[in-house]
Design a protein around this ligand. Structure first.
Ligand SMILES: [Cu+2]
Length: 148
């Protein structure tokens, strides 16, 4: 039987980080652009999209995200099989030196589950990306799904 949602089992965020050693990237080597959070009305999860640019000389690894505005934030990848859309959890994403990785509709996205307060189009949501064991704060703008 096909499962439409196959969320990765994730250990608690706080315990999951292992420093990447001396080669770990500095936050100044990273740039995040186009951070936006698509929200449908009601209690459905939101989807987060952004571009992350590794301007450093070492690879970086994105291992998750969290936000005080949601109970949980997961990294997902969308795919299509037999004409049906699916998504599954992703534990980590490595971005090589000089590379840009895009979270984009029908591809990788952040899934924001369990909204803790009302949010409207144009609001800003603080999200912390976990990169090589270091927190990287990013501001996401709430957008309408039809604007994507
Ligand atoms: Cu998802």
């Amino acid at each position: 039987m096909r499962k439409a949602f196959d969320y990765a089992r994730r250990t608690a965020l706080a315990g999951a980080f292992v420093l990447a050693g001396a080669a770990g990237a500095q936050a100044s080597d990273l740039r995040v652009a186009n951070a936006r959070l698509s929200l449908l009305p009601g209690a459905t999860p939101g989807a987060g999209y952004f571009d992350i640019v590794n301007e450093g000389a070492s690879p970086i690894t994105l291992t998750g995200a969290e936000s005080e505005a949601f109970e949980a934030v997961e990294m997902h990848e969308s795919s299509e099989h037999d004409g049906m859309a699916h998504m599954h959890g992703v534990d980590s994403i490595e971005i090589g030196p000089g590379e840009t990785f895009s979270f984009a509709p029908r591809g990788h996205h952040l899934m924001f589950m369990g909204r803790l307060a009302p949010l409207a189009e144009g609001d800003e949501v603080e999200v912390t990306l976990d990169i090589d064991g270091e927190p990287l704060p990013v501001t996401f703008e709430v957008v309408s799904p039809v604007s994507l």
